[in-house]
Design a binder for this molecule. Sequence first.
Ligand code: DAH
Length: 344
Amino acid sequence: MQERLQELQDEAVKQVADADTLQELEEVRVRYLGKKGPITEVMKSMGRLSKEERPAVGAKANEVRGRVQELIEEKEQTLREAAVTKQLEEERIDVTLPGRPVSKGAGHPLTSVVETIEDVFTGMGFQVAEGPEVETDYYNFESLNLPKHHPARDMQDTFFVTSDLLLRTQTSPVQTRTMEQHEGKGPVKIICPGKVYRRDEDDATHSHQFMQIEGLVVDEGIRMSDLKGIFEAFVKSYFGEDREIRLRPSFFPFTEPSAELDISCAMCGGSGCRTCKGTGWIEVLGSGMVHPNVLRMGGFDPEKYSGFAFGMGVERFAMLKYGIDDIRHFYTNDTRFLEQFTRV
Ligand code: DAH
């Protein structure tokens, strides 16, 4: 019987050594040390032995059992450590590898320009107004002193939705909408940035969709000198203190008199170059004193109130400030172009 026990121990030692996983080791444990295992069997059958034999066999059985148990525990420890080491190895992070670049977005240059211009005007007490992009013929044209069949309508080739609904060709309709809200009482002092649409062929200086910022001031005693003062402050703030301005007579149906605003050319400082076509001046916006008909249609009494208005192209302001040579860059969303404005 002692030999049988020794055999069992040798077998178990081998199987423990062969167990490669905790699972296999557990199977070995159950097989040798479990209630139905051979060692337990031997112990149970000891009753059949003679008194003399019993102590020696009992001691041997205990020894074998203890030895096998010990070996299993040792092996278990080894396997557990190996599993942890393997896991650490597999999940190792190389902190010295370069990170994946995260591309950071930024405001679109047109948005930045609008915000900059809004800041200048709100600083002078203007409020920011809005109006719809799908507009009625009345607000886009008629209320601005452009009755049906007026030839000046041709200057703004229009996308019509129905015979009476259109995509606004200018932000000027917000003038009438704002005046209506004021119900004939001044002061009105707003700017309105927004998208406008025209049936133009796209090229370096034209786009069928672009942005404008409209301005309107209506109150008692507003004069052309007020317009000029606001322009002077705006141009110096947006383009720089060294810029000069001049007003040049022009025509718009909704203003009388009308004027175009020029700024001195930054390229040549006024002496004449290619950018300013040799004139030393660059045209930047249209403006004028609000026509009495427009005041009246907005619900204001032209005997009591006067005002000035202006409208500028946002793309043009951006192009002049940053030296951009093609309006289409704003709408093709080439990231190589846009990335240049992340810090503007
Ligand atoms: N709406 C004009 C345009 O799109 C620009 C303009 C000129 C607006 C004179 C005005 C203004 O308010 O007074 O060409």
